[in-house]
Design a protein around this ligand. Sequence first.
Ligand SMILES: Nc1ncnc2c1ncn2[C@@H]1O[C@H](COP(=O)(O)OP(=O)(O)OP(=O)(O)O)[C@@H](O)[C@H]1O
Ligand SMILES: C[C@@](O)(CCO)CC(=O)[O-]
Ligand SMILES: [Mg+2]
Length: 391
Amino acid sequence: MEVRARAPGKIILTGEHAVVHGSTAVAAAIDLYTYVSLRFPTPEDNNDALQVQFKDVDLEFSWPVGKLKEVLPELGSKSASSPSSCSLETTKAIASLVEELNLADAKIGLASGISAFIWLYTSIHGDKPAKVVVNSELPLGSGLGSSAALCVALSAALLSLSDSLKLDFSHQGWQTFGDSELDLVNKWAFEGEKMIHGRPSGIDNTVSTFGNMIKFRSGELTRIKTNMPLKMLVTNTKVGRNTRALVSGVSERAVRHGSAMSSVFKAVDSISNEVAAIIQSPVSDDLAITEKEEKLGELMEMNQGLLQCMGVSHSTIETVIKTTLKYKLATKLTGAGGGGCVVTLLPAHDLVLAGTVVDKVIAELEECGFQCLIAGIGGRGMEISFSGFSS
Ligand SMILES: Nc1ncnc2c1ncn2[C@@H]1O[C@H](COP(=O)(O)OP(=O)(O)OP(=O)(O)O)[C@@H](O)[C@H]1O
Ligand SMILES: C[C@@](O)(CCO)CC(=O)[O-]
Ligand SMILES: [Mg+2]
């Protein structure tokens, strides 16, 4: 039997970075997914290794289970139903396994994802041989939550074939979990994110697990019900960056300028709460929608100014902001910044007209070498699907 899990990426409407320091943030799932398939070998397969294929980056690894037993000090001591953090000793052991892979310099950023994979797999399934395949519709390392989508899809696939969840294997097509099972997936995914980001707030894995739109603060999520059509243009500057480095840069600035930065984080908290209130407030007519969009645009611009204060903007981000401003559209970075993706709020009424402002702005951004897409936002969270079940 094989299980396939998928988990969406996300955009952060407001509050990235500040959310790591206790402020409120608002995020939505997007309709681009990371997929993880998992299969345990049959005796005929004669496979005694843990094999993983990362298709997006064209990498494939295999560890004989004997090697895992030899190297990983706590192997077999974890329970799938009690997520726990990776000890220093195991972190070092995993690092030695990854070092032996001799990743090329250009692929060194993948080491953290591979480490998270080893940690999640061996914590949930010990030294059981398996074949795992990962592929994604998300650009990696670009602010759309590829690391969280990987950790959520992986945790979901692993838990689905563990004894800790009771699932309906005969169900056809995609199915989701109940809230307590989702919670377990989310907790394991957070442990994986810690290995990739160092100090994640948990917002990315939470929105990827539960989907929809959420308000998030200090580990607590509140689901948001949108009362207005919300369309975002996502522009990928294609400038590579690393979330771990950007998050630690902001923390260092917060240590250097404690009082100023805490005012910045407080301002972001107010912005996110206002954004959530606007999105949820009832709409009476088209005019009210336009007014709401204007307010949201202004709040996004204010948030971008504060992100610049935190030191996570980039010259390409500023170029997108200037370009969209010519068309009176508001833009801010999304995710960790430093390059990566930015989001532009699109007026809902404009989308039904052909050859409009949106087409023009996309053409101009693409001329600069950026990549644009209109993401469907607020959709489904993680789901799984079984195949090869015979009753
Ligand atoms: N499909 C995948 N295959 C292999 N590794 C992946 C995949 N998706 C994510 N990763 C791992 O996650 C890392 C990118 O995570 P990072 O947090 O820096 O960016 P992001 O999650 O895309 O953006 P943000 O955290 O700002 O939303 C990659 O370098 C890799 O280690
Ligand atoms: C930059 C950050 O706020 C969002 C990354 O998508 C980090 C985090 O919250 O874990
Ligand atoms: Mg990430």
